[in-house]
Design a protein around this ligand. Sequence first.
Ligand code: NAP
Length: 333
Amino acid sequence: MPTTLVTGATGFLAGHCVDQLLKDGHTVIGTVRNPSKAERLAEAFKSEVESGKLELETLKDIQNEDEFEAIFKKHPEIDYILHTASPLSFNVTDPEKDMLQPAIRGTTAVLKQAKAHAPNVKKVVITSSIAAMMNPDPSHVHNEHSWNPMTREQAAQKGNPVANYVGSKIFAEKAGLEFLNDEKPNFSITWINPAYILGPGITLDLGAINASNQLISSVLESKLGEEVKVQSGSFVDVRDCARAHVVALQPKFDRKRLMLCTAKVCTQDIEDICNKIPELKGKIAVGTPGEREKQLSKSIMDPSETKKLLDFEWIPLDKSVTDFAKQWLEIKQ
Ligand code: NAP
């Protein structure tokens, strides 16, 4: 069975990637930088850690090529890489240092060192984002071939953490493509471009809920009568997103971008779903039921190429939200 490296293994999405790889029989090496998060992850996969099916390796900074070199030299058996690690926080002081460089250099570091020291690697799956595909033209039909036209200068704009994050995903994706074209490594790349990733965590720390699930937690934390800030976009369940990363290891996905967007979502949808959960009904914000159409994003999304290629039964929004809410409630009680 193959050995697969997962970067940023303590992340929300990566936890599910580790879970699904282990269930598919892979031996998994996960890179971690935060000891207490690593401990929590090791506890969640206790028997796999004990049996050696899951090994955690410290990688303090994804930009550090020496750290990657050491990991690849220690594990020359690695067959596949899921590169999920990238900064996802809107607390940005220095756009280059906090967001753009770790995303871009982190991508080139893993690719460069894999080419140099990991002779068995056949595929690198890189987590990009639907943000790298979004076009401000309201008539644009977004699909697997769309590119966000943001410039490198716009991406580095101070005081605009959303642009910094979006830019980090665009230019990291482009750096990977450039590497593939210029360096012609023995492996190929597949990019996964998810919309908001929602759903339960393998581990969940209520003090550090990942950016996308805050769409749900903002409703869970609200009080009856309060107004929750409206957000809208598209979503994919975290388990489908992880499944796509694993399926994408197959050669038929070489060089493809998979656009993961199950359906549109807005705050009103989350309020409607959460208000059907008996423990929450009558205690949290209700929004304006029936007004979801007003909140929904007007962007035209066409992920039909990906849906045909993946042929998944996509997890619907009510399951993603309910499963997260139940996990949140269990910890809260
Ligand atoms: P997450 O929980 O914040 O995971 C990110 C992971 O990257 C964490 O493990 C983090 O380590 C690690 N990391 C960040 N910067 C690092 C650095 N400089 N050096 C080493 N490790 C670093 O976020 P997520 O939601 O799972 O996101 C995973 C991937 O999906 C990211 O590439 C993100 O851009 C992409 N994505 C996410 C969404 C979404 O809605 N969540 C949508 C589209 C794309 P720590 O655990 O120590 O913080």
